[in-house]
Design a protein around this ligand. Sequence first.
Ligand code: AMO
Length: 445
Amino acid sequence: MKNLNGEIITNTVEFKDFKNYDGKEVTICGYIHRIREMTGFAFVIVRTARDLIQCVYAPEFSEYRLDEKLCEEACVKVLGKVVSSKDAKGNDRYELQIHDIKILSLPADNLPIVINKKQLDNIALSTVLDLRPISMRNPKERAIFKIQEGIQRGFREFLSSQGFTEIRSPKINFAGAEGGTNVFKLDYFGKQVYLAQSPQLYKQALVGVFERVFEIAPVFRAEHHDTSRHLNEYTSMDFEMGFIESFEDIMNMETGALKYIMNLLKTEYANEVEILKADIPEINEIPSIKFMDAKKLLVEKFKYKPSDMKDFDPQEEELLGKWAKKELNSDFLFVTHYPSKKRPFYTMDDPEDPEYTLSFDLLFRGLEITSGGQRVHDYKAQVEKMEKLGMNPAEFETYLLLHKYGAPPHGGLGIGLERLTMHLLGFKNVRNATMFPRDINRVTP
Ligand code: AMO
């Protein structure tokens, strides 16, 4: 596009860099979010990749005249002069005085929902999800997934700084790694295979190669119930590390990662945190409680009668979350030493009390967001454990190569990304924090 002097302007500038262009002409690319016609001038709000930029049209700024075809969701390139003024708090506020607008495309129809308000008002979640490619254009909806990107970025950056290697494990697997019935079976050229329930078997194998590995990838769970916290496909943030002294090394690494993530969100995602009014937790040390002590606490403090002594139900997790906040001033709570009967075959039993395991879950504001622990690394012990659980070690021959040919003491964890996002942003339903949810009733869009 040509500027007022007839020179071609090619640099497209991000809003955060406007401060470096005060008084200069720049171009921006985006969507027409809203047009507000005033007497003698107009505000044209342009939605760029991350911001809403106020552009001002007035005939005295240039020879350009506002195009009648210009409408909401038109894709445009705008040329204008960056001007600053002070807002009520005395901060610099930048806007663009329009010199020209090039229409790149026009929508073919009216929008099915109003997306240019601060948030999507009174629209049912099912409609929001049906129209995700459009509804996510709303700044508040979009901010959810920018925050989610920040969480993944923080996890990746922190673990990379700690010597972890990023891996990609296959999602078509020879066995379900987590047991239970929630595994998707697949016909693979006449052979039965499974969609990965987790990268468990592969991340362990790769400890034998790289010592420390991590992966951020989709995993699949054939959940037969429609609940507010279960998805059939979710993003698992996994890591696995070798040469550990105890399973607490894993908990410490997770604490470090979460601190890094929260700090990153507060600094580099401050815009989205503000849009969402997100309550980003302060993390110092994360307290922990043993599984059986937590069960006792629930009875003594909350008079809660447990229905299952091997796991927690959602209400128990919620009560523990409230207790941790009130008594320990922590949004997070590690629960350790889960009963052996409830943990998968790869979990190491506590040598001091083999009824329980060297494992943990992390609760965040009363919701399980992580499972992890130390793994069995001795070949004989792993084979025996599998046999005790009625499994056939021969079917896991390739997995057992790790153990057979020498494995260090190791452990790791898996964090449910959507669940973490859900409770970070205060949602009641995990689907609010899932871009394109897959549940028992939904496979589109
Ligand atoms: P687990 O099966 O407990 O452990 O899963 C780890 C974390 O994943 C999340 N999660 C889910 N999120 C959404 N929908 C679901 N259906 C769902 N199921 C689980 C939870 C949970 O804490 N291999 C182990 C991890 C490890 O030990 O390394 C595993 O997958 O946040």
